[in-house]
Design a protein around this ligand. Sequence first.
Ligand code: ATR
Length: 282
Amino acid sequence: MKITGKTKIVGIFGYPIEHTFSPLMHNAAFSALGLDYCYIPFEVQPEDLKSAVEGIRALNIRGINITVPHKEAVIKYLDELSKEAKLIGAVNTIENKGGKLIGHNTDGRGFIKSLWDDAKTRVKGKRVLLLGAGGAGKGIAVSCALEGASEITIANRTIKKADELVGYLKRNFKKTKFSVIPLDGHEIAKGIAGADILINATSIGLKGKGLLPISQKDLHRDLVIYDLIYNPQITPLLKIAGRAGVKKAVNGLGMLIHQGALAFQIWTGKKPPVDVMKKAVL
Ligand code: ATR
């Protein structure tokens, strides 16, 4: 990559930031299309977020991804929000449109695209069992509702958090049926029996640690399983799915790639080279 006076700068704000795959993924995509862009990681501490966002304008940075812990806090510094970002209440991509900063959320659509790309599954009319009611869970729930899921059941360890999320969803989406169950073995097994798609948006299984209250016998072969975790690539949930003969079970790498691809498209206006981005991450 040759940086010149004409190179356009994009990047990511997060803390910590050293584990991010995004620079690899985006710089590979810019190279592949011969675009004069460079993607840089910025370590931004929470107390510096405001100045960092002002810096986007001051330095004419063309676009910024936002990651942990800034996705919600950044909203108050932006000029406009996309419909998804507003509904999810979190931003992962900023577009600098001639000095106007627009907040997008490509995580949700990235998930929907990956579900189609990697598991040939659409959410419309489906019954979804979603594990987790944190930041990631909210994004997935909103996206599934936007896509027209018929039912969304949310299971969470802290019931109050799931109740609050379902209350919010009910106010915003009238066509989907929402309910809450506790994240424990007995209820989950029943929930799975009545679901078409099972999504893990908890951090259980991250780095191979922790076990979801799900056993092999709870799973059915036609259930579609999506684990947002991709480290390890064969997550504990995917291991059980394999033993149960589940036909479609995928990890969250595709969501990571597609959220990046959508950000790339917002910034450059070009069709993202998804295969190149995937290869860079792998
Ligand atoms: P993220 O942005 O990744 O969603 P988060 O907002 O902290 O992170 O949410 C983490 C999710 O994983 C929550 O649903 C959390 O459950 P609680 O709401 O009860 O905290 C869930 N989670 C994390 N560790 C867990 C554990 N050991 N057992 C059960 N659920 C867990």
